[in-house]
Design a protein around this ligand. Structure first.
Ligand SMILES: *[C@@H]1O[C@H](CO)[C@@H](O)[C@H](O)[C@H]1NC(C)=O
Ligand SMILES: *[C@@H]1O[C@H](CO)[C@@H](O)[C@H](O)[C@H]1NC(C)=O
Ligand SMILES: *[C@@H]1O[C@H](CO)[C@@H](O)[C@H](O)[C@H]1NC(C)=O
Ligand SMILES: [Zn+2]
Length: 448
């Protein structure tokens, strides 16, 4: 008969075998998804592998990253680094400032003064034409800067939503997911900070394209260069740090308000292209009586049943239930009229990010500021300091924009719980150990 020691050895061996088998099954599963079939661990029968739609499978699926370690989205560490309101221009990472100075010294940033706005369209110093070559204001729908995107290619309808992420986004995301419809989200940085769960849904669950809509939604042409830098830079930073290192390629100015000076900072420092629109539902004013679902239905019907040259870029918002509903109502009409409905960021067939093809593909490591690693700028970005105060009333959001909501509690997201980390060779060593122990125990037991 077997001794207590032998029984204990046998139990240990059995446990080791079970653990290492399950573990290698998981490793094989991961390899199976990410790489080629040749790398499969063939020791286990295929029934060990879960189907791709199994819930457990999601735990081990990871979007591509640049290899850096970033704080868990939604964790206090993640939130701590960002301004709580309008960014303080005197507390910007040195690398961004260096990049702006380099671009200015190279003559790439037009030197005209900011506009002034008293509620209506921003105005420029007397004698300066907002539609002229020098300023080319997008508020005035100037089309003299060929880099700005207003239209979609023929036959295409570029879908995008401004002002999220917000609690109202959930209804939209359920709809987009149900219809397998990709979209671009022009996100407000501060809204990402406070509504990180919806951010996580847009990026990880929908795998949609994330783009920039500034940090606090100001009239950008009214800001000086440093304030423009902060509005774009922090939004780039939070998207970069929350998407495994991806850098958006597109931004949309709040109210469509940009000009050649602001565009130049966006392009030269951050590599961003400006996207406006060619049709406006004014859906943002549904909640304030500015427009009605009937009016939107009428304009949508006209655009969607009209000519397809050029294609459509319709301004829409994930701002309220009503604005989301306006899209949901119009969507079947988009499809039935033969539009090729795509994410705005992919209208040109290119990637939505500067350093990655999409939300899951490989990421090339890249700094937020383009010129950050170039020659003159030796200062590191470690001087990054959160700025502003936590006063919510001074968030700088003009009316018509969305105030961030739901910011009360930032909780650590525990979805990242995984198995202890073991290398492949460690698992194999464990397998061998368990087999040897098991065998010798059986031999010992049978001899006694
Ligand atoms: C962004 O991530 C990098 C790398 O982890 C980190 O050094 C930096 O402080 C983060 N930025 C913010 C604002 O937290
Ligand atoms: C307009 O409303 C009608 C009636 O409810 C509906 O059938 C149609 O799909 C709507 N069209 C759009 C573009 O929302
Ligand atoms: C970096 O500097 C080199 C040499 O001065 C220059 O050729 C290159 O264009 C710069 N890179 C960027 C992104 O400006
Ligand atoms: Zn907006």
């Amino acid at each position: 008969m077997s001794s207590p020691l032998q029984r204990r050895l046998f139990a240990f061996a059995a446990f080791a075998c079970l653990f290492s088998s399950v573990y290698s099954a998981i490793i094989a599963q991961t390899i199976h998804d990410d790489h080629d079939h040749a790398a499969l661990n063939k020791r286990l029968p295929s029934t060990w592998y879960q189907a791709d739609d199994h819930p457990a499978h999601k735990l081990f699926k990871r979007a591509g990253t640049d290899g850096q370690v970033y704080a868990q989205v939604g964790s206090p560490t993640w939130a701590a680094g960002y301004p709580q309101s309008t960014p303080d221009p005197s507390k910007l990472p040195q690398a961004w400032v260096d990049a702006l100075n380099a671009a200015t010294a190279a003559g790439k940033i037009p030197g005209f003064a900011p506009s002034t706005s008293t509620g209506g369209n921003p105005t420029y110093p007397q004698g300066m034409d907002p539609n002229g070559d020098q300023i080319c204001s997008t508020t005035y729908k100037c089309r003299k800067n060929p880099e700005n995107i207003y239209d979609a290619p023929d036959g295409l309808l570029g879908v995008s939503f401004d002002d999220g992420p917000l609690p109202t986004s959930d209804k939209l995301y359920d709809f987009l997911k149900g219809n397998n419809q990709p979209a671009t989200h022009f996100f407000i940085g501060l809204n990402i900070l406070y509504n990180y769960k919806q951010f996580d849904r847009a990026f990880n669950e929908l795998q949609d394209d994330i783009a920039v809509h500034t940090w606090t939604h100001p009239y950008m042409t009214t800001l000086d260069n440093m304030a423009v830098l902060g509005q774009l830079g922090w939004t780039m930073e939070i998207i970069h740090n929350s998407t495994g290192g991806r850098l958006p390629k597109y931004w949309r100015p709040p109210y469509g308000d940009s000009d050649n000076r602001v565009n130049a900072i966006a392009r030269e420092v951050f590599g961003l292209t400006t996207v406006i629109w060619n049709q406006d539902t004014e859906d943002w004013s549904l909640t304030t009586g500015g427009t009605t679902p009937q009016k939107i239905n009428a304009s949508m019907t006209k655009w969607l049943t009209g000519p397809k040259q050029p294609g459509l870029v319709i301004l829409e918002h994930e701002l309220s239930d009503q604005s989301v509903q306006a899209f949901i109502d119009a969507y079947p009409v988009m499809k039935s009229n033969g539009w090729n409905v795509v994410s705005v960021a992919r209208m040109d067939g290119q990637a939505p990010y500067q350093n990655s093809p999409d939300s899951t593909g490989d990421v090339v490591p890249q700094e937020v500021a383009l010129l950050a690693n170039n020659g003159t700028s030796s200062s590191s970005s470690s001087s990054t300091t959160p700025s502003g105060t936590s006063s919510t009333s001074s968030s700088g959001l003009p009316s018509g924009a969305i105030a961030p909501t739901g910011g009360a509690s930032l909780q650590h997201n525990s979805a990242a719980t995984t198995l202890p980390h073991l290398a492949n060779w460690q698992v194999q060593a464990l397998l061998v150990t368990c087999l040897v122990t098991m065998l010798s125990t059986v031999v010992m037991i049978s001899r006694s």
